[in-house]
Ligand binder design. Structure first.
Ligand SMILES: [Zn+2]
Length: 519
């Protein structure tokens, strides 16, 4: 008989063993016992091995899955192909003696690895920046995703001379792409290296100025595209080309603020697109002016009549505040806000002269208050506020028609805080006139008006005790004394004669009939 070839189970092996032990013959029994014991050992081991292998395999499989999936995911993620970016804060066309190049390097996925900037000039590449960024580890990419690159380029230090050049930029990220080198974005652009500052030639020889008044400077600038103008202490009054046929000639109306005396410093400044700047002095004399000290008594009747008009404009938490406190808020905060709005309306300048000849004063009117009057406000015998009056108050008969002081374009025609119903006219090249406290406005924004056209009627809107016109003039962003602009002699000496002289010299130098473009 042949033994079954299949491996017995531990249970069947045990029963076989028990059956043999029941036979006679000790030797045979021992042999059988020995053989059977070996069989049992083998079958036990095999059975146990099989029993252990299954969970082990599962465990290994689980471990492999647990490691392999994130690993694969990480590899896929870290093999991303999104390019890093380099964005300049403002376009670069020209680089001067000193130029600060600013830009943002970004890489949202793998993070930044390296930023490199160079200039190719006269066949030689000069590396200006080569910056590397730290990594968070092999699997985790770069530590920095966004970096402001601010690089000061000094032409001298880098041996750059004037002429055409190429600006080269490259940024790498921490992706595994490129056999581990990362994604790289590379760009190059043409630039001009220009280290020569513009030259200013001031053509107006004298500037006889009044504190609180206006002036005109005419000058030539050697290169186009400059930002230029007259600097008066901390205020800058831009100059414009376009008045003369020669585009290199600029005119700049400027103001000596009422609070700037004869010691104020004046100069003409220009900056070219490369950032090269120059500054030149001009001959000037500032006549000091002493402005009137005035006292205004605030009555309860005035407060009761006027304060309701400002209720909506007042940002007072306690609406039950006393009338005098409301007045103080109007006189301080609303005055400031109204002046800011006015100056904002005068920001848009036109390089065109609308006006011609002296400005019109409100006909048949009495002057009630002057420019830069320093006012004290008395209430029940106590000074409650102090302000400076930045226009001239003119009173005629109630609701008199108000003429446009000169040709211009309406830039503002609406209610404005302490000035009530207000019109502002743009006369070109930074000069504006303003009309406040009107009872009616007869013009709309952008309308072009002629000298003498009725733009509205006098009234008491805003912070006005009686019917009058608040007339003001603005040069750039500064209130100036309107008296100068009503005076034909002042306009002749300080404006028109200067302009005519340049036109004449242009004609003489060109030998042809030249003229001003807008006059
Ligand atoms: Zn006034």
């Amino acid at each position: 008989m042949t033994q079954p070839t299949r491996l017995p189970t531990p249970e069947t092996a045990f029963s076989l063993c028990a059956g043999i032990s029941g036979n006679g013959g000790q030797v045979a029994a021992k042999r059988n016992e020995q053989r059977n014991r070996q069989t049992v050992d083998v079958t036990f081991m095999a059975a146990n091995k099989s029993k252990l292998l299954k969970p082990l395999r599962i465990l290994i499989a689980l471990l492999l899955c647990g490691l392999a999936i994130p690993l694969a995911w990480m590899i896929v993620m870290r093999l991303e192909g999104e390019m890093p970016k380099f964005q300049l804060e403002s376009p670069v066309h020209t680089i001067g003696t000193s130029y600060t190049l600013k830009g943002w390097a970004t890489d949202q996925k793998s993070g930044l690895r390296r930023v490199w900037i160079a200039i190719l000039h006269q066949g030689k590449e000069r590396v200006l920046l080569d910056q590397t960024f730290p990594s968070k580890g092999f699997l985790r990419g770069g530590l920095v995703q966004k970096q402001l690159v601010s690089l000061e380029i000094k032409a001298d230090a880098f041996g750059l001379s004037d002429g055409d050049a190429l600006l080269r930029t490259a940024v790498w990220d921490y992706s595994y792409r490129g056999w581990g080198a990362g994604n790289r974005i590379y760009a190059e652009q043409k630039i001009l290296i220009d280290t020569q500052p513009p030259v200013i030639d001031v053509l107006t020889r004298t500037h006889n100025l009044n504190q609180g008044g206006a002036g005109l400077a005419i000058y030539r600038i050697s290169e186009p595209g400059t930002v230029n103008g007259v600097q008066v202490a901390d205020r800058f009054f831009p100059g414009y080309s376009g008045f003369f046929s020669d585009p290199a000639l600029y005119i700049a109306f400027f103001a000596i603020p009422y609070d700037k005396g004869p010691g104020s410093e004046l100069s003409v400044r220009a900056a070219d697109p490369a950032g090269n700047t120059c500054q030149t002095g001009l001959a000037y004399h500032i006549n000091p002016r002493h402005f009137k000290q005035d006292t205004l008594t605030i009555s309860d009747a005035f407060l009761k009549a006027k304060m309701p008009e400002f209720e909506h404009a007042l940002n007072i938490e306690n609406t039950s505040a006393s009338l005098i406190n409301k007045f103080i808020a109007v006189n301080r905060e609303l005055r400031q806000a109204s002046n800011r709005t006015l100056i904002d309306a005068c920001k848009k300048c036109e390089a065109k002269q609308y006006w011609d000849g002296p400005f019109l004063r409100l006909p048949r009117s009495m002057r009630k208050a002057g420019f830069a009057d320093h006012r004290k406000y008395l209430y029940n015998g106590i000074t409650v506020d102090e302000q400076v009056h930045l226009g001239i108050d003119l009173a005629s008969t109630a609701r008199s028609p108000v003429p446009a002081a000169n040709n211009g374009r309406v830039v503002f025609a609406e209610y404005l805080g302490i000035y009530g119903k207000t019109v502002v006219l743009n006369h070109g090249f930074g000069l504006f006139s303003m009309y406040g406290h009107l009872s009616r406005i007869e013009v709309t924004r952008d309308q072009v008006v002629s000298r003498g056209d009725a733009i509205g009627f006098t009234g008491t809107t805003g912070l006005a005790g009686g019917d009058h016109l608040h007339y003001a003039m603005i040069v750039g962003h500064t209130f100036v004394n309107p008296v100068e602009w009503w005076d034909p002699a002042w306009i002749k000496h300080n404006v028109t004669d200067k302009l005519k002289k340049i036109v004449t010299s242009q004609v003489q130098s060109s030998g042809v009939h030249g003229s001003a473009n807008n006059h």
